[in-house]
Design a protein around this ligand. Structure first.
Ligand SMILES: Nc1ncnc2c1ncn2[C@@H]1O[C@H](COP(=O)(O)OP(=O)(O)O)[C@@H](O)[C@H]1O
Ligand SMILES: [Mg+2]
Length: 201
């Protein structure tokens, strides 16, 4: 990160401990320090159980550190932050909504009228390569296509930060590589900082 830039995400000597069901304490991450610049694409690679999801949970405000500090845009994280998108391994789409309505949901929530929201959604559906599938329901799509819907539904909100938790790990190898390359392409057209978590080198 350039030395005089304010990081969009800063973890300073962060430790997270969980209480275990047997009454013990489990340390998930310990003394983690990292800075991520606005618009940066940061990949975190590590084996299952090393604390990747825990780290994303701390950045998103879903959980709090046991020690150390987590800051977003220079402010300590306090509850669920605005402008943070999350893409999970499982499909986070509304099964009862069409592709168009899934992608339009964010703009609708942000107060755009139906026509505007659908117009914006069509644009993002095209960007993720799903033109022609606007009227399909999630169960009528492949796993890779549902991931595209999730991506479009997140990116349409122009998040400052996009947290991606092993988003493509349930896909077959070929689709995964394709999605990863396309994801980089899409990201390079935005000013979103991405924290991309994976166990796949
Ligand atoms: N809420 C929790 N309570 C107790 N232990 C947890 C909790 N969340 C995560 N852990 C433990 O912390 C470790 C790291 O978990 P996680 O961050 O999900 O790993 P990763 O995403 O890298 O696979 C794991 O051993 C997990 O069992
Ligand atoms: Mg995880």
């Amino acid at each position: 990160m350039p030395p005089n830039e304010t990081p969009i995400i800063r973890l300073n000597d962060v430790t997270k401990r969980f209480a275990t069901p047997k009454g013990g304490v489990y340390t998930a991450i310990e003394h983690v320090t990292m800075d991520i610049a606005p618009g940066e694409f940061c990949t975190v690679v590590g084996p299952t159980g090393c604390g990747k999801s825990t780290t994303l949970g701390l950045i998103s405000g879903l959980t709090r550190p046991s020690e150390g500090t987590v800051e977003v845009s220079g402010k300590p994280v306090d509850g669920i932050g605005q402008g943070i998108g999350y893409v999970f391994q499982s499909d986070a789409v509304f099964p009862w909504k069409t592709v168009l309505d899934n992608v339009a949901a964010g703009p609708r929530y942000q107060g755009h009228n139906v026509r505007e929201a659908k117009e914006m959604a069509r644009e993002w559906i095209a960007r993720v390569g799903l033109s022609g599938f606007e009227d399909r329901y999630p169960h009528q799509l492949s796993g890779g296509m549902r991931k595209r819907v999730s991506l479009a539904a997140s990116l349409i909100n122009q998040p400052r930060i996009l947290l991606m938790d092993e988003p493509f790990s349930a896909l077959d190898v070929k689709t995964r590589v394709l999605m990863e390359n396309e994801q980089i392409n899409l990201w390079s057209q935005t000013s979103t900082a991405v924290v991309f978590v994976t166990n796949d080198l």
